[in-house]
Design a protein around this ligand. Structure first.
Ligand SMILES: [Ca+2]
Ligand SMILES: [Ca+2]
Length: 216
């Protein structure tokens, strides 16, 4: 299906995981939300690992490698969580909630690498095409990662990512405010000033599963 066919609702099972240790006031995602992809991950052709695609993966890796050590480790997730908490001056409860979510993301990544304590850029790039081509990834773990990412960025748990929440994430990844602004505008497909999980899901699917040189 071509992405020009409009917003066809493709339902995949990507329920928001119940990994939060705290009960926070929330609406939206606390209710079960099934991600509606504009184009389901399984509909994209297999990734072959073109130079353009590898460049996107490197950019992504370098965002997660917050301390620039050349590896992704648990420490990167801890630093990122602290930077978000500082940027938004979160109270202890919210900071702890978000920290737990970011650690859960690391645990999931590490578990996939047989409990590795650090992951290098080369390892990441080498295994990425195979990982992204697995049916189980496209059907289960990809939507799960999106849900975890979304929940960890949606700091006030209102089911939407605001400009400030996006800015806090960008700050934690050492991304400039100008670039963060650009990313926000790209993600906010319907231009209503907030990002929904379905908008994020579409952007992530296009980013990770498209090798089109025009997709950067
Ligand atoms: Ca929010
Ligand atoms: Ca929007």
């Amino acid at each position: 299906m071509s992405s020009t066919q409009g917003w066809r609702k493709v339902v995949q099972h990507g329920l928001v995981p119940k990994f939060s240790p705290l009960i926070l006031p929330a609406r939206g995602l606390k209710k079960k939300h099934v991600i509606q992809f504009r184009k389901a991950p399984v509909e994209y052709p297999p990734v072959t690992g073109t130079e353009n695609w590898r460049r996107k993966m490197r950019t992504c890796f370098r965002c997660f490698d917050v301390n620039g050590a050349g590896y992704i480790t648990k420490e990167d997730f801890l630093i990122s969580a602290k930077r978000i908490a500082d940027y938004l001056d979160l109270n202890d409860e919210r900071a702890e909630h978000m920290l737990y979510q970011r650690i859960s993301m690391w645990d999931l990544i590490s578990k996939r690498k047989e409990g590795a304590s650090k992951i290098s850029e080369e390892e990441c790039l080498k295994s990425a095409p195979m990982v992204f081509n697995q049916r189980s990834c496209r059907i289960e773990s990809f939507p799960l990662q999106i849900s975890m990412h979304f929940t960890s960025v949606d700091l006030d748990s209102d089911g939407l990512i605001s400009r400030d929440e996006q800015k806090a994430l960008a700050y934690s990844f050492n991304v400039s405010e100008k670039d963060s602004q650009k990313v926000f505008d790209l993600l906010d497909i319907d231009k209503d000033g907030v990002i929904t999980i379905d908008e994020i899901a579409h952007a992530f699917a296009e980013f990770f599963f498209t090798e089109d040189p025009n997709n950067t």
